[in-house]
Design a protein around this ligand. Structure first.
Ligand SMILES: Cc1ncc(C[n+]2csc(CCOP(=O)(O)OP(=O)(O)O)c2C)c(N)n1
Ligand SMILES: [Mg+2]
Length: 564
């Protein structure tokens, strides 16, 4: 409060730079030129790394990976002409409830509607991908609007915020006003609040869980946002309730835990879909019960008895009629439940747990040949199995969508509660830059990204960014020379088997990504035999530069599809 009422005028850029540092921001991701003076002030006044990228979309993905890995808002920026590229990159953060804050330059009232070079009204494009989309027109508003941005991004179900600064490059930051650098540290990280549930609602939910003979928990991204994995596992163990997760909640329970049935829904593991469809009560925790997690509301079927715990009232009961709903932070609710459980209710679930173990065993037996395949080109399932074994205990795994999401969602197991799993919420190409952002957010943890070749092509230029900024993430490319998730779909529209012409719609030229990576200054390793992968991963993790492991895989290998 030191400067309030003291008539101390300050330049917007100084205040903005100091506020970002005050919130603990360590990196910002952008394409110039936006808020130029702020960047100069960051150098003078802070230690913030100003990561200058090859595209605004990848800058947004880096900020997103930073945010999801660290829980701290990720900051990305673009000048007016790059604003929609940035908005496009916020879509995944929006779908995933990731606290990303985007700054852009914008129109000046003095010149708007006069056909200013490069200018359109960008604000509508940010509407569908943000929780809060606002303009800063007066320099004196920088402090309160930045605080509001951090509050909105981190509170409730987190999500993106956009602030447009007046001037195509946000030249508003050059102006002066009486301003104070006031930071609300509470909003520097998710979650700022842990709303407590109503006691009667907790009791109602718990009673239903304890009464059920075949209950199952479906844990979603809300559990990871609340860092409630430990409490989740404690409740599951105490009451002997199996746990399925959404793809976004995959790291809430290690896949190796005997009560884990894996990811449920579309990019899933058979075990989870079968278990959820045999349950007599579903307990959704921190899940939006969306189409991906429920395989378009077939798993579980609508009408299956359900209870739901969520921090957002509007999520409660959206897709499944509920027998009980509990509004609150996931960890707070689980702690309340743990405080009053009746452990003796667990014994009646012995047959259910036996059935779950059998389902788990059946899955490993069925997929053993794939998981242990020595084939050349390499089978992607074997690659997942190698990652299960060799990702370090505190590793962050970052996974792209499409086949990458199917292979890893279904076939990869976390071994430790200290491991993290971040997944694309739908955008191909998200994982590689998000993995770089995750490494910036958690520099002391190993980051291993899994992407297909089509996914890697999107932002391949960022290998140079990683080298320049020494962002030593490891990227594993499942390189089959095409986007082969599309194969089944094209076979279908060609009435069975597609023509050679059909293949041109989804295949690429063969490429050696290890060589390309080396040319850009990264470590590149090409792996053609599965047995060589563990050593390659160890070498990549130990390298003092970013690494790309180019794994030559089978273009005809298709991931198992979801069972309903
Ligand atoms: C932005 C975006 N565009 C298009 C898609 C549709 N899509 C999903 S997977 C895929 C191909 C994936 O290819 P690759 O990354 O090489 O993985 P593979 O299927 O070959 O294992 C495409 C085009 C998407 N998910 N996101
Ligand atoms: Mg591919």
């Amino acid at each position: 409060m030191s400067n309030v009422g003291h008539n101390t005028k300050r330049i917007g850029a100084e205040v903005l730079a100091e506020m970002l540092a005050g919130y603990g921001v360590t990196h910002v991701f952008m394409v110039p030129a936006v808020l130029r003076r702020t960047f100069a002030e960051m150098e003078r006044r802070t230690t913030i790394a100003r990561v200058h990228c090859h595209g605004e979309k990848s800058a947004a993905y880096m900020a997103d990976g930073y945010a999801r890995a660290s829980g701290k808002p990720g900051i990305c920026m673009a000048q007016v002409i790059g604003a929609l590229n940035l908005a496009a990159g916020l879509r995944d953060a929006h779908l995933a409830h990731s606290p990303v804050i985007a700054f852009t330059g914008g129109r000046d009232p003095k010149t708007k509607f006069r056909k200013v070079y490069q200018e359109i009204d960008d604000m509508p494009a940010f509407e569908p991908v943000t929780k809060f989309n606002a303009t800063i027109d007066d320099v004196a508003r920088i402090p309160d609007m930045v605080r509001q941005a951090f509050r909105v991004a981190t509170s409730g179900a987190p999500g993106p915020v956009h602030l447009q600064f007046r001037g195509n490059e946000g030249q508003l930051d050059l102006e002066e006003a009486e301003m104070e650098v006031l930071v609300e540290a509470q909003f520097a990280k998710v979650p700022p609040f842990r709303p407590e549930p109503e006691a009667a609602h907790v009791k109602a939910g718990l009673e239903l869980l304890q009464k059920a003979e075949r209950p199952i928990i479906v844990a979603g991204g809300g559990v990871r946002a609340s860092s409630a994995g430990r409490e989740l596992v404690a409740l599951a163990e105490a009451l002997q309730i199996p746990v399925a997760t959404s793809l976004n909640g995959k790291d809430c329970i290690p896949g190796t835990h005997p009560l884990s049935v894996g990811v449920v829904g579309s990019y899933s593991r058979e075990t989870a879909n079968r278990a959820v469809n045999r349950a007599d009560l579903i307990c959704f925790i921190g899940s939006e019960t969306g189409g991906m997690t429920t395989h378009f509301w077939a798993v579980p079927k609508i009408g299956t008895p359900a209870i739901q715990i969520d921090i957002e009232p509007e999520s409660l009961g959206r897709n499944y009629p509920l027998q009980a709903s509990v509004l609150g932070d996931a960890k707070s609710v689980l702690v309340r439940m743990l405080g009053q459980i009746d452990k003796s209710s667990a014994t009646k679930r012995e047959p259910w747990i036996k059935e779950i173990s059998a389902l788990r065993g059946e899955w490993y037996a069925k997929y053993k040949p794939m998981l242990e395949s020595d084939s050349v080109p390499i089978h992607p399932a074997r690659l997942c199995a190698e990652l299960t074994k060799h990702v370090p205990d505190d590793g962050i795994v970052v996974v792209d969508t499409g086949h990458a999401g199917m292979w890893m969602g279904g076939m990869y197991d976390l071994r430790s509660p200290r491991q993290s799993y971040l997944r694309s919420a739908g955008h191909l190409g998200w994982a590689f830059p998000a993995g770089l952002g995750a490494k910036c957010g958690c520099p002391d943890r190993p980051v291993v990204t899994f992407t297909g070749d089509a996914g890697f092509w999107y932002h391949i230029g960022e290998v140079e960014t990683a080298v320049r900024w020494k962002i030593n993430a490891v990227t594993v490319v499942n390189n089959n020379g095409g986007g082969n998730q599309s194969k089944r779909g094209f076979d279908r529209v060609y009435g069975g088997t597609q023509t050679e012409g059909g293949r041109t719609l989804w295949t690429f030229n063969k490429m050696n990504f290890a060589r390309l990576a080396e040319d850009m200054g990264a470590l590149g390793i090409r792996v053609e035999h599965a047995s060589a992968f563990p050593a390659a991963l160890a070498q990549a993790l130990a390298a003092d530069r970013p690494a790309v492991i180019d794994v030559v895989t089978d273009i005809d290998a298709l991931a198992p599809t979801a069972v309903a």
